[in-house]
Ligand binder design. Structure first.
Ligand code: 0RA
Length: 646
């Protein structure tokens, strides 16, 4: 069908605007949410395109600049977004890429790509959700620029000069009408993702510059890791004691699927395997992870049998997870057309990838074991210990279950339970100390709020075996109260049985309080991870100050600035007042505790989320791991975040 040019142009243009209008109307459908996570997702959408250029071999440098005025720049030295006319739409290709949904422009199936892989929304969404958006393209010897506001073109593509380079510079300012909570970029969130990308792409150098920061040492960071995934594993295990001199490194390619893996056994009791497909963290695992697990189990089992390390008359049965206790690893595969499944679309579905990974890992790991018999023996001895601990833990679990079945109603004696039993509407406060527990019990709304006082410190699960962890009284009480079990297997932990959908950690606002909070979060992260993934864990935020003025006027302040403002206002109105600092929750009477920290109408809870799994692992192993010195340094460096933004 022949159409004239101008109506064609109009038609496609209208379609474009409707597309981006849809993004602005329902942003969460495209970027997940409009909070902190969605805001930072904008950066990833842009960066993904630069990473695609790197995967295709055209880009080895990336720079992110956080500007003082709310703008953010992503600059790369890739080929630059094409600027020639799109044959169908009769628009410059760059305009199509930046204003049309899903228009990556890259239809070549034989390349590995990230953009459009996970959320599939592309840079046009960033454009739609930006108050203003500039693109500067260095390509074919010329500098091309184009400008937009809220996705609408305000400056048509034009050439503004000559260049010898190629690359793309995108500068945008998120629209506060969309991101109503905040449009402030967090250096740490960006740095965690850029570090991860630099580990996964050893050829890339990534710079981040925070122009808001005055401290020269904190303003700039450069990530470049020539050692790739091997460096990644070393980094993750910095605060653990490795069992080998250097990580095992495995690489190979089967059926167009390049596989890369680094592995290291250490002195911890947790499994820390991170997997990536085209640089996307596959949190829910998938076929590549099953391929890896099968290869690891088969390899170690047959080595043990061949070398008589596990006696054939031994009573212990070794299960797959025993081979992975105390194992840190990074698996990175590239897949031309990845199928992502699962609740968060982070589970790889391509069946061909399982055998590709299994073949590569089996062969190379076998070779390694044959060449390193001493290490192989040490690893297998550790595996046997893991199997024994697992067996002991199974018995401990049964004991917890039996004990709770015998006790009245099956719940721990210290628990003041709520009266309704619909988990979705039930909350449990885990409270530090008996006296605060007492206030909380009196102050609560007993219909939907349960209180479990915890005495003293819980065990540091980062340093203990699972069977020891399950012997700990406070941990037992939590497991029974929550009702969902404990551990990694599907039979071990069952979210369906969880008795509360809000688990609120309430500790004092002091050093001990923050230590106990971290111990609890570490336990949940390591042994009840779905609670955190689901967003069921929260931190209560009791006030730091109470300001009492005449006529019974009481104000609370959560920080020094607010306290000072309240004091100024009271002085202005010539009122007498008294300021007291809460040293602990126990000092608050039940009414005050309810009003400030427990009443759903007035309290603020901080939801515990994990933005970046590798960064969270690093944080917990640093905070709770062996050496005091790295822990002290980490806390000093991250004083603002240390316990919250994991
Ligand atoms: C469409 C096609 C090509 C590259 C890009 C888009 C591209 C987009 C962005 C966004 C930020 N940096 C980028 N770099 C490249 C392929 C280019 C070609 O075939 O020459």
């Amino acid at each position: 069908m022949a159409k004239n040019k101008s109506s064609d142009y109009k038609a496609s243009n209208i379609q474009v605007l409707e597309g981006l209008e849809a993004v602005r109307k329902r942003p969460s459908m495209y970027i997940g949410d409009t909070g902190q996570r969605g805001l930072h997702h904008l950066i990833n959408e842009v960066v993904d395109n630069s990473i695609d250029e790197a995967l295709a071999g055209y880009c080895d440098y990336l720079k992110i600049i956080i500007h003082e005025d709310g703008y953010l720049t992503v600059k790369d030295n890739g080929r630059g977004i094409p600027v020639d006319e799109h044959p169908k739409l009769k628009l410059p290709a760059v305009e199509v890429v930046l204003t049309k949904l899903h228009a990556g422009g890259k239809f070549d199936k034989n390349t590995y790509k990230v953009s459009g892989g996970l959320h599939g929304v592309g840079v046009s969404c960033v454009n739609a959700l930006s108050a203003s958006f500039y693109a500067e393209i260095h390509r074919d010897g010329e500098i091309h620029v184009m400008e937009f506001q809220k996705g609408r073109t305000v400056t048509q593509l034009k050439s503004v000069g000559k260049t010898k380079e190629t690359g793309t510079i995108i500068k945008f300012k998120p629209d506060p009408e969309i991101f109503t909570q905040s449009t402030e970029f967090k250096f740490d969130i960006i740095a965690d993702r850029m570090r991860e990308l630099a580990f996964l792409n050893p050829e890339i150098t990534i710079d981040i510059l925070d122009e808001r920061e005055e401290d020269e040492e904190l303003r700039e960071k450069t990530f470049h890791y020539a050692g790739g995934v091997k460096d990644f594993v070393r980094f993750l295990d910095e605060n653990r004691e490795p069992m080998m001199n250097e990580p095992i490194y495995i690489s190979g390619e089967v059926d167009m699927v390049p596989v890369e893996l680094a592995l290291q056994y250490n002195n911890s009791y947790t499994e820390n395997i991170f997997s990536y497909v085209n640089n996307i963290n596959t949190r829910e695992g998938g076929t590549h992870i099953s391929g890896f697990r099968r290869a690891l189990t088969r390899c170690l089992k047959s080595y043990a049998e061949k070398n008589n390390i596990i006696k054939s008359n031994s009573k212990i049965t070794i299960s797959g997870e025993d081979f992975r206790e105390g194992l840190t690893g990074v698996l990175s595969v590239k897949v031309p057309e990845p199928q992502f499944e699962g609740q968060t679309k982070t589970k790889l579905g391509n069946s061909e990838v399982q055998s590709a990974v299994e073949i590569v890992v089996y062969e190379k790991l076998n070779e390694y074991l044959e060449q390193n018999p001493k290490i192989a023996k040490k690893v297998l001895e550790k595996v046997v210990l893991a199997a024994e601990a697992r067996e002991a833990a199974r018995k401990a679990r049964q004991l917890i279950q039996r004990k709770s079945a015998m006790g009245g109603g099956g719940l721990p004696g210290k628990l003041a339970d709520c009266s309704i039993n619909d988990p979705e509407h039930c909350e449990i406060y885990l409270v530090e100390g008996d006296s605060a527990g007492g206030s909380a019990k009196m102050g609560r709304n007993r219909s939907f709020q349960a209180i479990l006082p915890l005495r003293g410190k819980i065990l540091n699960v980062e340093k203990a075996k699972i069977n020891k962890i399950l012997e700990n009284k406070e941990i037992q009480a939590m497991i029974t109260a929550l009702g969902a079990g404990v551990g990694h297997g599907e039979e071990d932990f069952d979210l369906e049985k969880l008795r509360y959908h809000k688990i609120i950690v309430m500790t004092d606002a002091d050093v001990d309080g923050s230590h106990i909070r971290t111990l609890l979060l570490t336990f949940f992260y390591r042994y009840m991870q779905p609670l955190i993934e689901k967003g069921y864990v929260y931190i209560a935020t009791p006030p730091l100050y109470r300001i009492t003025a005449s006529r019974g006027q009481i104000d609370y302040a959560w920080d020094d600035d607010t306290r000072d403002k309240i004091i100024r206002d009271l002085r202005k109105s010539n009122k007498k007042f008294d300021v007291s600092r809460y040293k602990g929750l126990g000092e608050m009477n039940p009414d005050q505790l309810w009003e400030t920290t427990m009443d759903p109408e007035t309290r603020t809870l901080q939801q515990v989320t994990v933005e970046n799994a590798a960064a969270a692992d690093k944080m917990f192993s640093t905070l709770m791991g062996g050496d005091v010195e790295p822990r002290r340094e980490f806390i000093e460096r991250n004083a603002k975040y240390a316990t919250l933004d994991i």
